[in-house]
Design a protein around this ligand. Structure first.
Ligand code: NAP
Length: 493
């Protein structure tokens, strides 16, 4: 495999010193109480990019106080004004999109074209929620007994703790911050330690857009368990919105239960992608490349198990090998790159383990499969055929550029296989038979189904999973509801 790597080159429009100067509390940069820092690495080159402050429990309490002091003012700010500020956030994100995309590519490693798409997607949450901010309505009805009226008022839920992963450092933050602010809540964001700079770059943007001090606070910590537990134990905090692994989500649900905090959980996935004999081959291949290779496979919605019906198996597999082996692997910030590095060496080791296990179980490596020796945390685009259903990669997230293909014969068989997982986030179905497509959409246990396409994410649609992939929805008209509480007023007049 030919990897086009270079040594770290930080573009001149990126001021990493400003973005790493402190925790962002009350619209001010503030040092951490520990005086310690977290090192941010460029996964393409392994070069050190920056050191961000490492917040303590006391720093988190300061952030909660800032959010608490700002809560009343923001809740009482007219929805139209909140909407205008969110709209300005959208406009500033678009104005700064190239800088933000570069930053994402640099600290996350994803190909610049994926980073640009992420910025566009992330910005849309501001535009969409600026429109939602002025559409919060209530309900009015008559009690069945006729004695009173039932009035339902939707109020901001209160102070929110938001925790996000490294794979979409901008979009996972704006998908929470925008609806929270639209609802009238104030927030504390804890981004992933691998990709804090994007979160801090967005913090400066909120301030420039007119978000008042204390409404959005951002802190980084290498000690997320105790720091988060302290915030969740603070009676001023009323909401936890988490995106990350199912394992950490389970822990946080336990922690939140102690104070009965409202939780939204966007967790792991194990998406099946199913190609029937009657699928359009090119459409299925195009869709599979997106579903598998967006973000080099580091996506919760990534096609983790590819089930292909016997009649189209050889042609599909051949086509996928051609496309996967033609991908240009390289540094994230190189505009020619189509597949960047993984986030950490541990991520590469996990992929190597899963591939070795599948091969031991009988899978055939059709391309890739060997980690390069060059600098950076790279793993090549890989296609495995005949992956057995008991392989570990059929049950765990691969989170990398490995397409795992399994042959199937009947619809019943593939539905049973697709549902044989604790996860239920996304699923993809390729067929020319609309009735079959809709039947599959009904039978597959997932929060989101893509029919004849490789992308489901849309700020205007409800994103989320069933089973152990999560609780609640982000985006669409559902997203803002996660940050609102229904208050019932029984009125006699
Ligand atoms: P992760 O290890 O669960 O970390 C996610 C976030 O949780 C990070 O900010 C992390 O902080 C923090 N964290 C870790 N341990 C914690 C604890 N004990 N208490 C509080 N916070 C804690 O997940 P990841 O590896 O970053 O992200 C990949 C996972 O996210 C995959 O499973 C993927 O499927 C899932 N994901 C889901 C969606 C969705 O919408 N459903 C979207 C994107 C990703 P540190 O970085 O400091 O450890």
């Amino acid at each position: 495999m030919n990897i086009a790597t270079t040594t770290s080159s930080i573009p001149s429009n990126l001021d990493l010193a400003t973005l790493s100067q402190g925790l962002f509390i009350d619209n001010k940069w503030s040092p951490s109480g520990s005086g310690n820092s977290i090192t941010v690495i460029d996964p393409s080159t392994e070069a050190v990019l920056a050191h961000v402050p490492d917040a303590t429990v006391a720093d988190a309490a300061r952030a909660v106080s800032a959010a608490s002091n700002a809560a009343g003012g923001w809740r009482d700010t007219a929805p139209r004004m909140r909407s205008e500020i969110l709209r300005r956030c959208y406009e500033l994100m678009i104005e700064r999109s190239e800088m933000l995309a570069m930053l994402i590519s640099l600290e996350n490693g994803k190909a610049l074209r994926d980073a640009r798409s992420e910025v566009a997607y992330a910005a849309e949450f501001f535009r969409w929620n600026s429109e939602e901010a002025v559409r919060i309505s209530g309900e009015f009805g008559i009690a069945p007994g006729g004695a009173n009226r039932i009035v339902v008022d939707y109020q901001p839920i209160g102070i929110c703790v938001l925790i996000t992963p490294w794979n979409f450092p901008a979009a996972m933050a704006t998908r929470k911050i925008a609806p929270a602010l639209a609802a009238g809540c104030t927030v504390i964001l804890k981004p992933a330690s691998e990709t804090p700079l994007t979160a801090y770059a967005l913090a400066t943007l909120y301030e420039d857009a007119g978000v008042p001090a204390g409404v959005v606070n951002v802190l980084t910590t290498s000690n997320p368990g105790p720091v988060t537990a302290a915030m969740l134990a603070d009676p001023r905090v009323r909401k936890l919105s988490f995106t990350g692994s199912t394992a950490v989500g389970r822990q946080l649900l336990g922690e939140a239960a102690k104070s009965v905090i409202n939780c939204s959980m966007e967790l792991g996935g194990n998406a099946p992608l199913i190609v029937f004999d009657d699928a359009q081959l090119q459409t299925a291949l195009d869709g599979t490349m997106i579903a598998k290779m967006r973000n080099a496979g580091e996506a919760c919605t990534a096609a983790n198990r590819i089930y292909v019906q016997a009649g189209i198996y050889e042609a599909f597999t051949r086509g996928l090998v051609e496309r996967m082996s033609a991908l240009k692997v390289g540094n994230g910030v190189d505009p020619a790159t189509e597949c960047g590095p993984m986030i950490t060496p541990a991520a590469v080791e996990k992929i190597e383990r899963l591939v070795a296990d599948a091969v031991k179980g009988g899978a055939r490596v059709l391309c890739g499969g060997i980690k390069p020796s060059s600098k950076g945390f790279f793993y090549p685009p890989t296609v495995l055929a005949d992956v057995p259903s008991q392989a570990a990669m059929a049950h765990e997230e691969i989170f990398g550029p490995v397409a795992a293909i399994t042959k199937f014969t009947t619809e019943d068989e593939v539905v049973a296989n697709a549902n044989n997982t604790e996860y239920g986030l996304a699923a993809y179905v390729f067929t020319s038979d609309l009735a079959r497509g809709l039947r599959m959409a009904r039978q597959i246990e997932a929060g989101m189904i893509a029919l004849n396409r490789g992308l489901v994410s849309d700020p205007a649609a409800p994103f989320g999973g069933v089973k152990q992939s999560g609780l609640g929805r982000e985006g669409g008209q559902h997203g803002i509801l996660e940050f609102l509480e229904a208050k019932y007023i029984a009125a006699t007049f």
